[in-house]
Design a protein around this ligand. Structure first.
Ligand SMILES: Cc1cc2nc3c(=O)[nH]c(=O)nc-3n(C[C@H](O)[C@H](O)[C@H](O)COP(=O)(O)OP(=O)(O)OC[C@H]3O[C@@H](n4cnc5c(N)ncnc54)[C@H](O)[C@@H]3O)c2cc1C
Length: 507
């Protein structure tokens, strides 16, 4: 039996813990916060309940696979409800467009708005399906760091492989692909927003990430009853059943290495715990920089330049009266995507007229708010933290910008009069609570036409016996990807541990 220490109890850490314990390893998980689940946290106040971080769950098959590792059914732990519409979109010109659960009905709605884009949407979805299938076969469920890991071109070069490589459209960005298929700026703006799931600009992200649209439109948007918080709760229950030892409130400050091999973790209290192998669910860049450092950090930096994905401001608003015209998930779009993405990703400043994502989960689970009320969650993406950003000073004015946007574009004229509870999360809060890179919500940015989708691999190339799990490691951010990342890290560790006799742990 291999002993494994996991640093961090986010979704990636929990998924790795469950998978490893299901495969017979002895797992201890350290989490600096008093709760498990990381960004999938919850806020409860005066009868309102808010998911604090993720709210849109896609690809539940990833969760199913993790529960199946232990011979369990996800449905015994979690009740998932499929949502329709998936998104309600509010535009600056007063247009309202629903993205439906069924691509045929989405096509109809898009065709009604812009007749020539009905066919364009079909064409775009055909590309998205192809790209999602290539990702499934070459990119998912295994540790990948660069193109070499995806396919062995020399050994397997065939017409089919060549056709898959060409389908990746390495010369094109997400925005470039959408522009080829879609004429109407409103439909383009909606489709460009899928890339916000990985906190990156459609103008810089590689076209292969258009596959995200298929992962949502083809597989649905799901709501776990009890909120997305129910996901880490279910994983924690499974991990406990499998014998994982949890150490919440314990901050790991060092990974001790010897001869290039991870040997132990050291906590802020100076305690040292030896393990055969270690999984870090802490941000991948900060793992190398702060937990290891020295020549390993220098070697990691010599690889690709890594840039943080975007951050965000969240307003948690308990309203005494619901807005009936909202769906469960809503996007209130900016007046200009060029201005918005230019501000966030090029100038590094909050957008003057942002897109606001608004969740109104009382549509699906009325118990999140007192009767007739609304537990409104408003997320606006912002640049990752720069030294010049002081959110304690910037928040009051930006809050006004966000509420003005909701008034102007989503018909929420009297929002201030309806608020009875108000809490906020700023980029600085995200940075401090979850110890991420520059306040990033979604790990590392996916910018670059060829290498944009690649993140640090799950099996460390720098330190033997070290594995990375979470949104800043392969395959990337978002609930399904962070969960898959945990599974991949566990699978790689398991393969290594069962291929060689486990090394003797340091005393
Ligand atoms: C506001 C917001 C909205 C989002 N919306 C969505 C959405 O709608 N849909 C979606 O799919 N995704 C969304 N995401 C992204 C999603 O939440 C993340 O990609 C995912 O939860 C990240 O999981 P993770 O495993 O990388 O770890 P994290 O959640 O970052 O957890 C890492 C954990 O490690 C702990 N830790 C770090 N360092 C140490 C250390 N040295 N010692 C001990 N513990 C340590 C941290 O405290 C933390 O608990 C959102 C995120 C945010 C913040």
């Amino acid at each position: 039996m291999t002993t494994v220490g996991i640093i961090g109890g986010g979704l990636g850490g929990l998924a790795a813990a469950c998978t490893l314990a299901a495969r017979g390893h002895r797992v201890t998980l350290f989490e600096k916060n008093p709760w498990l689940g990381g960004k999938a946290a919850v806020l409860e106040e005066q009868g309102f309940r808010f998911d604090m971080g993720p709210t849109i769950l896609t690809m539940p098959r990833v969760l199913e696979r993790i529960f199946a590792e232990a011979g369990r059914n996800l449905s015994d732990y979690l009740t998932l409800v499929r949502l329709d519409p998936q998104w309600r979109c509010f535009y600056d010109d007063g247009t309202v467009l629903d993205l439906r659960d069924d691509p045929v009905r989405s096509r109809e709605a898009i065709g009604a708005l812009s007749p020539r884009d009905g066919q364009g949407f079909d064409d775009f979805m055909a590309v998205a399906r192809r790209l999602a299938s290539v990702s499934d076969r070459f990119f998912f469920w295994k540790s990948v760091e660069d193109l070499r890991d995806t396919m062995d071109l020399k050994a397997n070069m065939s017409l089919a492989t060549l056709s898959d490589v060409l389908s990746l459209r390495m010369h094109r960005t997400v925005a470039g692909q959408i522009k080829r298929n879609i004429a109407d700026p409103r439909v383009r703006q909606m489709l460009e927003h899928f890339i916000q799931y990985v906190g990156s600009s459609p103008l810089g992200a590689p076209a292969v990430l258009c596959g995200i649209a298929q992962m949502q439109l083809g597989e649905g948007v799901w709501y776990p009853m009890g909120g997305t918080r129910a996901v880490p709760v279910a994983l924690t229950r499974l991990a406990e059943e499998l014998g994982v030892e949890f150490r919440p409130g314990v901050d790991v400050t060092r990974i001790h290495t010897e001869d290039g091999r991870a040997k132990a973790v050291v906590t802020s209290h100076g305690d040292r715990f030896a393990f055969d192998r270690i999984v870090s669910n802490m941000d991948s860049v900060r793992t190398y920089r702060e937990l290891i450092g020295g020549s390993v950090w220098e070697a990691f930096q010599r690889g690709r330049k890594r840039e943080a994905a975007c951050s965000g401001v969240v307003l948690y608003l308990g309203l005494r009266k619901a807005y009936d015209h909202l769906a469960h998930h809503n996007f209130v779009f900016s007046r200009s995507p060029e201005e918005e993405f230019g501000a966030i990703y090029d100038q590094g400043e909050p957008a003057p007229d942002p897109t606001a994502y608004v969740a109104a989960p009382a549509r699906t689970e009325p118990g999140v708010a007192p009767e007739g009320g609304e537990a409104l969650y408003v997320l606006v993406h912002t640049p990752y933290l720069r030294d010049r950003h002081d959110w304690s000073r910037m928040l009051p004015a930006y809050r006004r910008t966000i509420l003005d946007k909701l008034r102007r574009t989503a018909g929420m004229d009297d929002i201030e009069e309806r608020i009875v509870v108000e809490r906020t999360l700023t980029p600085q809060d995200i940075h401090d609570r979850y110890r991420v890179l520059n306040g990033a919500i979604y790990g590392l940015a996916s910018h670059g036409r060829v290498l944009g989708a690649f993140k640090p691999g799950n099996r460390s190339r720098q330190v033997r016996g070290l594995y990375l799990a979470g949104g800043s490691a392969h395959p990337g951010p978002g609930m399904p990807m962070a969960l898959m990342s945990g599974w991949i890290a566990a699978d790689a560790l398991h393969k290594d541990a069962t291929a060689n006799a486990p090394p003797v742990a340091a005393q």
